[in-house]
Design a protein around this ligand. Structure first.
Ligand code: GRF
Length: 184
């Protein structure tokens, strides 16, 4: 299956998935990294891993519809069948959802529906809960809503600070995303 990964930032999840493919754990073809932040570090990772990149900002377009229409045109030209969001910090609009119904998944660093939004790890840590985790879900038009595919708990330890918690959550993310993609 031909897959595109969308990312906006560091790209550690992107790299974990590509390494899963390169190890032979995942029978996928990552045909494209799409990035909405042309100076994001994920682009460097993609170059090192020999994954083709398209990067442009929605600011270059008059509205979300024309921005997504251009993305859809590029995806079609690469025959992309499935989209994996890996730290893509933007809502998916009706255009992409219509072009890829039930074919876009996302990873979020909390046990949804708890702590949606941009700061899932920090919000859980500051709330003082004893456990948080990772959720992988299908995308719909909401913010971190959509049917849940898999969740894994991460205990918040008394000695944790935000950095140690973030590190453990990212480790779970990298493993869980590969496991889920394998099953899908
Ligand atoms: C991850 O924590 C992911 O759950 C969230 O954004 C972060 C992306 O990290 N959606 P990275 O760019 O994959 O390192």
């Amino acid at each position: 299956m031909k897959v595109a990964i969308f990312a906006s930032g560091s790209g550690s999840n992107f790299e974990a998935i590509v390494q899963g493919v390169q190890r032979g754990d995942l029978a996928l073809e990552i045909v494209l990294l799409f990035c909405d932040q042309p100076d994001a570090y994920v682009i460097e990772r993609a170059k090192k891993l020999n994954i083709p990149v398209k990067a442009f900002s929605p600011k270059e377009f008059s509205d979300r519809g024309t921005y997504e229409a251009e993305i859809i045109r590029i995806l079609a030209s690469c025959e992309v069948e499935f989209i994996v969001l890996a730290g893509y910090m933007r809502l998916i609009g009706a255009g992409l959802l219509g072009a890829y119904p039930q074919k876009i998944i996302n990873i979020h660093p909390s046990l949804l529906p708890a702590f949606p939004g941009l700061h899932g790890i920090r919000d859980a840590f500051e709330a003082g809960v004893s456990k948080t985790g990772v959720t992988i879900h299908y995308i719909d038009e909401g913010i971190d809503t959509g049917p849940i595919i898999a969740q894994e708990e991460v205990t918040i330890l008394p000695e944790d600070d935000l950095a140690t918690l973030e590190k453990r959550i990212h480790q779970v993310e990298h493993r869980l995303y590969v496991e889920v993609l394998k099953k899908l």
